[in-house]
Design a protein around this ligand. Structure first.
Ligand code: OSB
Ligand code: MG
Length: 368
């Protein structure tokens, strides 16, 4: 791919309002923008989606920078590749650190698609011209949740996800369900429960949820299979699925009926597509998860979600869900609950250079 330059931009932006889960609050988002430029002067972009602290996975912005700077970028420099699919094989000599890998891998996909004058969606094998959009309500009061749901439904979102935990589940969901009898609702627990809570979790069958996301431990596959036998509500796995092999094992064991695919969590678009393909062949629905991300990662998510197996609205909301002003142009817009998949080359969005500069904390450059 004749890489000439890799640049890393660390940026920081406040969220419009704090994002609350039982694991803590996200108020300010730090992220890494990766820019890969080839010898023709074409550039591709990726985004590192690790958080500032290791609350969701073990990675952080600092560990991602370390991995990119000291291992991944030197590896790519030493072993030139012809196609982005080779990147995940190349990076497999480094254990885990999936978000760092995805940051660089996704930039290579964007660059490759631009060089080929094809949209990233087309390059990946996407078949949808539009994708369905859902949104997450992450707050600690029922009143606030109801108010936000109302606002998001007016904006057209097709399904709502709420965060639950043992101190905010049955009566919280009962009230939401009473106000919205037909609303497709996902309840995401981010591992707030154990098998000791089986009766609490069984009770949630009362609400006809679309699914319950990651009720048990972040690294579990076995206990989710035991739980799925006891509850009617479909289990969706998020944190537990870090590789293709995890997805295969979870499906073989009956640990889930749905998978939330996040590009960063699984180490890039290649692995994300492999998981999609495996699920699609077996009739297991998938949807695209979110990471409170900036526009570059959102753009990669839109391309991924254009694949045929993404049959459930993802956590792909508009840029203005979290940000006063995003770092891409145009911003991502949800209209009547859908997002149009760009057809121009690569991710199909350009960089809002002023905004990037405004939010920049540090920059590093690697010449090849
Ligand atoms: O568990 O899906 C999750 C955000 C950050 C970390 C984990 C999760 C989330 C979300 C999606 O719920 C938020 C979004 O819309 O980007
Ligand atoms: Mg989740």
């Amino acid at each position: 791919m004749r890489i000439a330059l890799v640049e890393l931009y660390v940026i920081q932006m406040p969220l419009k309002s704090p994002f609350l889960t039982h694991l803590g609050a996200v108020k300010d988002r730090e992220g890494i923008i990766v820019k890969v430029t080839n010898t023709d002067g074409l550039s591709g972009y990726g985004e590192g989606v690790a958080f500032s602290t290791p609350w969701y996975t073990e990675e952080t912005v600092a560990t991602s920078l370390h991995m990119l700077t000291d291992f991944l970028i030197p590896l790519l420099k030493k072993h030139p590749i012809e196609h982005p699919e080779e990147a995940s094989h190349l990076f497999s000599s480094i254990r885990r650190n999936n978000m760092a890998k995805a940051a660089l891998e996704t930039a290579l996909w964007d660059l490759y698609s631009k060089g080929d004058s094809k949209s990233l969606a087309k390059t990946l094998g996407g078949t949808r011209a539009t994708i369905a959009s859902g949104v997450v309500v992450a707050t600690d009061s029922t009143a606030k949740a109801l108010q936000q749901i109302e606002q998001y439904l007016e904006a057209g979102y097709q399904r709502i996800k709420v965060k639950i935990h043992p101190n905010q589940d049955y009566s919280f969901l009962a009230e939401i369900r009473q106000h919205y009898p037909d609303l497709p609702i996902i309840a995401d627990a981010n591992s707030a429960y154990s098998l000791n809570d089986i009766d609490r979790l069984k009770a949630l069958d009362d609400f006809n949820l679309l699914m319950i996301e990651q009720p048990l431990a972040h690294d579990d596959i076995i206990e989710h299979a035991l739980l799925q036998k006891e509850i009617r509500t479909a289990i969706c796995l998020d944190e537990s699925i870090v590789t293709f092999a995890d997805a295969r094992k979870a499906i073989e064991q009956g640990s889930c009926k749905v998978i939330n695919i996040k590009v960063g969590r699984v180490g890039g678009l290649y692995e994300a597509k492999r998981i999609h393909d495996y699920c699609f062949e077996r009739g297991i629905p998938v949807w695209c998860g979110g990471m409170i991300e900036f526009g570059i990662s959102r753009a990669h998510n839109i391309a991924l979600a254009s694949l045929p197996g993404f049959s459930i609205p993802g956590d792909i909301s508009s840029s203005n869900r979290f940000w006063e002003e995003d770092i891409i142009l145009p911003e991502v817009i949800v209209e009547n609950g859908i997002i149009t998949v760009p057809s121009s080359p690569g991710i199909g969005f350009s960089i809002n250079e002023n905004r990037l500069r405004e939010r920049l904390l540090s920059k590093s450059i690697f010449a090849f």
